[in-house]
Design a binder for this molecule. Structure first.
Ligand code: ZN
Length: 335
């Protein structure tokens, strides 16, 4: 979207809708949003640590004085890069899906702190996590999950503005939700949309995520605030959906031939997607796809893959073509 620059900070989308962007959208660098009408405010997600979130809230207060006291905080999902700053939004109603609440302990800031202090103790996954999350400070974070949950859909009023909360998980995570402002044609997707970066399917099923993308393509939406990446349009949703379709199609023959998902990750030609940021995430998405092909029941009924294993898989894949990731390319000698 040429009209908008991908710069850090608050972007005015008009009519009291705002996007807060944090480039470059890679590991932990997530976006948030603000919807305001009169004295009423709704914050979409917080950021990965207290410093980032505090800076964001200060910038919001400058631009929108009413956000001094946020009325409602909605978490699009449970991942720490969208929730670790929740405790700073004092006195707000905190809303999320039931899946978001039950997924909340998956990211434990105390564990992430321990990993940063002594990555080697946590093996390959520790090294990878320490590298990806190095810019963040996980001290002082108290997990602050939503206290109000919804299923399917919930309509709320922010001043006179109607805001729709739409449950679409499990897909990227267990409890994904979209936040939609129909009168302004603005959509906040959380990590249902990774724009200009590789998506990651912690949960799946991937087919459901693809359906959610198709649903968004049918919605009356002009501006999309993605979970990661620049301000977006439906064109970006289409691109990411096509990635998921492409990986699904490429993975199936390997699955049918009994090729292990890690080996499949090395063998799959990512084609036009190989230069997307964080290409190694395909490993996690493939493992989820393999579960999908097994027809394993949708998580959480099927056993969730431990986060550390997922990080380890990605670490193992680094530097082995064609799963390539510049950011960690100095690690190639490990292999
Ligand atoms: Zn995220």
């Amino acid at each position: 979207m040429t009209k908008w620059k991908y710069t850090k900070g608050l972007h005015d989308l008009g009519n009291g809708c705002w996007g807060y962007l944090v480039p470059d959208g890679s590991w932990g660098w997530s976006n948030a949003g603000l919807i305001a009408d009169g004295e009423a405010t709704l914050l979409v997600d917080t950021l990965f640590d207290l410093k980032c979130t505090g800076d964001m809230l200060a910038e919001m207060r400058n631009a929108v004085p009413a956000s001094e006291k946020i009325g409602i905080l909605v978490n699009t999902h449970a991942d720490g890069d969208h929730t670790f700053g929740n405790q700073l939004v004092k006195g707000a109603r905190i809303i999320g899906t039931e899946g978001t609440v039950s997924d909340f302990n998956r990211f434990d800031p105390k564990v992430l702190l321990a990993v940063q202090n002594d990555p080697k103790k946590f093996g390959r996954s520790g090294e990878f996590m320490a590298e990806c999350f190095r810019p963040f400070d996980f001290s002082g974070i108290e997990l602050t999950p939503p206290t109000e949950t919804f299923k399917d859909r919930m309509t709320i009023k922010v001043g006179n503005k109607t805001v729709e909360l739409i449950e679409v998980g499990p897909s990227h995570s267990l409890g994904d939700a979209l936040i939609y402002v129909p009168e302004d044609k603005v959509l906040y997707t959380g990590d249902i949309l990774f724009s200009a970066g590789t998506p990651i399917a912690w949960y799946g099923p991937i087919a459901r995520w693809i359906n959610v993308c198709n649903m968004v393509l049918d919605m009356d939406v002009e501006i999309i605030v993605a979970g990661h990446g620049p301000l977006s349009t439906k064109e970006d949703v289409r691109k990411m959906r096509d990635y998921l379709l492409d990986i699904t199609e490429k993975a199936r023959p390997f699955y049918e031939q009994g090729v292990d998902y890690l080996d499949a990750a090395y063998k799959i030609d990512l084609g036009e997607y190989r230069d997307w940021n964080d290409a190694e995430r395909v490993v996690v998405t493939l493992r989820t796809l393999y579960d999908d092909f097994d027809n394993a029941p949708v998580r959480p009924t099927r056993v969730p893959i431990p986060f550390f294993e997922q990080m380890k898989d990605m670490r193992e894949s680094l530097g082995k073509p064609p799963v390539h990731h510049e950011y960690c390319s100095h690690d190639h000698h490990d292999h």
